[in-house]
Design a protein around this ligand. Structure first.
Ligand code: 3H9
Length: 694
């Protein structure tokens, strides 16, 4: 045992003494992940404390931005290196001298489990605590599911384990998870606490408590109630149920048996595809922030004020992102009533957030106070970044950019919120194409996490870096895309839409196509999405020109949910039902096209709508329109609700096997006709047995 417990020459764990307190410090940047060397160092430090009579208590603390942020995720899937985290936590808890965890930053996952192994926990005011394992498709596997309910109560443990959300130090204190909240020098307070408790025996061990389990023991129905209340949120995910089962075991069984259940459930999750996809996605999201082919030392431009052109739904939503982040916004409209309407909606949205308790009335006023609504286009001259959110039409965009070119200050970034149009062509209408970039927000722009940063041929590196940095400030996840029709997200939507519509003609119903997508894990199918977004979006508005089913619906005023009629009929509460009228329209088109309806199975729908998306993703990749396959996955998870437990379309394709995807597409090739062509990259990779991701 000693060989593995010998501290490596450059151990991230060091010890020092303050009187009779041993201070154990971890220094493992960037987030003090509990990798092998940290685990070894911690066990060695506890042995040091045990072996030295002069030591009466121990403090465990971390250097840098945070307390332990959990197990080292990069070690998952590799051969295990001893000691395991559960062994480390047990060693801490079984130390015969009191151990105090000194928490700053975030104590997450295994980090919180280490803290729960300690006999006392002290935290600074702005510390946060959580068990985010569920977001990685896992559960807290170092005794966390057993100790947390014992310390914080069953309900709190269920909420924390299944949501993965962090709680504030104050919440943690209220739940009994933290013994003391302090201000100022954390380590001094921790040492003082250690001195205070050095002689108290028996040591308070989390695993030995069961006072907080009693309520659930008396009423085990709470577990099913919790399942029922959260069924919609957990749909499709395996990890929440495993977390619930583990907490259930904590209540129903002695600790020693509960941890065995926890271990088995943990191993089961670890072996499954969902946790692999969710861990892959954790890194995919972080990789997306890295911009390729720019000098490493590129510095961002300073953005102190943002300008937004257009106070419609999009412009208003975009503005709210900046206002919420404390960045002043000048919003420009052409007419006073449109300006008033737009700012009124922004205020209403903020007030609705406040009504849900997610903002204070003061914060609403603060945000709105940063807004400068105006009809004077020249006011944009004071802005460092100007985002245009006007009508999606090239000549209008060009005119706006031409005007901007004349008034924007030198070095200002000129951005278009276009969702399809050619950013290079827009940039060419200015004398400064290097300052032009696409910033494609997704609707509702104040809610959706995704931002596509569209990199034009001449976009300057510092413009890209600024956009990426700003995206973090406004809490978006940004992905860099190249200039092509629809960029990454909407471009992949197109083949899906084409095939979904053709499937209707061939015999499928909107309900069937949508059901297949929802069962797959998407929040909605293509026709439900059309009804939500508006069937009239992108419509040519000529009621006499009816070329497809969508035109026919639009011409009849079936514009979707907002008209209570679209691909579905809707009641007053916006509940959908199949529409006989839509069926008539479909049949009409079918007979005109001379098609006989046939039985279409679900597998065909998957192949023609989802496999075609993978194929389009591969084209995007081979054309260099996405920097990496994982960026495509980030777009689809954050922009369109692709289930994260499938990692995104490219990760999912890898899991399915690219050979299987190609086979499926070949089966459908004839039916898809000239709408479809194979991506060379997909064929090549399938042929070589390669993957897009990982
Ligand atoms: C667990 O604990 C299992 C146990 O229950 C059971 C075991 C038996 N490992 O996010 P950032 C990297 S599961 C390895 O940009 P921020 C990250 O990739 C774990 N690496 O910073 C990035 O690298 P790069 C449960 C990690 O300040 C860099 O650190 N814990 C880990 O915005 C900076 O990260 C979690 O799930 C890790 N655990 O946010 C917590 N964490 O620079 C996961 C981060 O090369 N972490 N990295 O791109 C987080 O939520 C955030 O990183 C945190 C900081 C809030 C801590």
């Amino acid at each position: 045992m000693t060989d593995i417990l010998d501290k490596p020459a450059t151990s991230p764990i060091s010890t020092s003494r303050h009187g009779d307190v041993l201070i154990v410090t971890s220094n493992n940047p960037p987030v003090n992940a509990l990798g092998a060397a940290v685990r070894q160092g911690l066990v060695a430090a506890i042995e040091e404390a045990e072996g030295d009579e002069a030591i009466k208590a121990v403090v465990i603390r971390c250097e840098g931005q945070t307390f332990f942020a959990g197990a080292d995720i990069t070690e998952f899937g590799k051969p295990p290196v001893m000691p395991w985290l559960p062994t480390v936590v047990d060693a801490i808890e079984n130390c015969s001298k009191p151990v105090v965890a000194a928490i700053h930053g975030t104590a997450l996952g295994g980090g919180l489990e280490v803290a729960l192994g300690c006999h006392y926990r002290i935290a600074v005011k702005d510390a946060k605590l959580g068990v985010p394992e569920v977001k990685l498709g896992l559960l807290p596997g170092a005794g966390g599911t057993q100790r947390l309910p014992r310390v914080a109560g069953v309900q709190k443990a269920l909420e924390m384990c299944t949501s993965g959300a962090m709680v504030s130090a104050k919440d943690a204190y209220d739940a009994g998870l933290v013994d003391r909240i302090v201000e100022g020098e954390l380590v001094q307070h921790a040492v003082a606490l250690a001195e205070e408790v050095r002689d108290i025996r028996p040591l308070p061990k989390s695993s030995e408590r069961d006072d907080k389990l009693q309520a659930a023991r008396d009423n085990p129905a709470i577990f099913d109630e919790f399942r029922k209340a959260n069924a919609k949120k957990f749909r499709g995910f395996e990890a929440p149920e495993a977390n619930i089962k583990a907490v259930e075991a904590a209540v129903a069984k002695p600790y020693a048996e509960g941890v065995i259940d926890e271990r088995n459930l943990f191993m089961g999750l670890m072996a499954g595809t969902q946790s692999k996809a969710q861990q892959y996605f954790f890194f995919a999201e972080r990789k997306a922030a890295k911009i390729e082919n720019i000098p490493e030392d590129t510095q961002p431009r300073v953005v102190k004020r943002v300008g937004v052109i257009g106070a419609g739904t999009m412009g208003g939503g975009i503005s709210m992102n900046f206002l919420s982040a404390g960045i002043p916004v000048t919003i420009v409209e052409m007419a006073q009533d449109a300006l008033d309407r737009g700012t009124g909606i922004m205020r209403k949205n903020y007030e609705a957030t406040a009504a849900k308790g997610r903002m204070t009335a003061e914060q609403v006023e603060q945000a709105m106070g940063l807004l400068n609504p105006t009809l004077d286009f020249d006011k944009l001259a004071e802005c460092d970044l100007i985002i245009e959110a006007v009508f999606e039409q090239m000549d209008i965009k060009k005119e706006v950019f031409g005007r901007l070119d004349k008034i924007a200050k030198q070095g200002a970034i000129l951005a278009s919120n276009t969702s399809y149009l050619n950013v290079d062509e827009i940039a060419a209408s200015t004398s400064r194409p290097q300052d032009v970039v696409g910033l494609h927000f997704f609707s509702p722009a104040n809610v959706m996490k995704l931002l596509e940063i569209v990199r034009g041929a001449k976009t300057a590196p510092d413009v890209l870096v600024t956009a990426m940095q700003l995206s973090k400030r406004i809490k978006k996840v940004a992905v860099v895309a190249g200039v092509c029709h629809g960029f990454i997200g909407n471009r992949m939507l197109m083949p899906r839409q084409v095939e979904a519509t053709k499937l209707l003609l061939e015999g499928a119903t909107p309900e069937q196509v949508d059901r297949v997508h929802v069962e797959f894990g998407m929040p909605m199918g293509p026709f439900q999405m059309a009804d939500l977004a508006g069937v009239d979006i992108g419509w040519h508005r000529d009621p006499n020109r009816i070329e497809n089913i969508r035109d026919a619906l639009a011409a009849e005023g079936r514009w979707g949910q907002k008209k209570q009629a679209g691909f579905y009929d809707y009641d007053d509460k916006r509940r959908p039902s199949p529409s006989p009228r839509v069926q008539e329209i479909i049949e009409d088109f079918r007979s005109k096209a001379g098609i006989t309806a046939r039985q279409i199975d679900d597998e065909e729908i998957v192949e023609r709508t989802l496999y075609t998306m993978v194929n389009e993703g591969a084209k995007i990749l081979e054309e260099g329109m996405a920097q990496r396959a994982s960026d495509i996955d980030v777009v689809w998870v954050y922009g369109y609700g692709w289930p994260v437990y499938r990692g995104g379309p490219m990760c999912w394709a890898d899991t399915e096997g690219l050979g299987k995807i190609v086979e499926g597409l070949k089966r459908q090739e004839e039916r898809m006709g000239s709408d479809f062509s194979f991506s060379k990259l997909l064929l090549e990779k399938a042929d070589k047995g390669e993957k897009f991701t990982r």
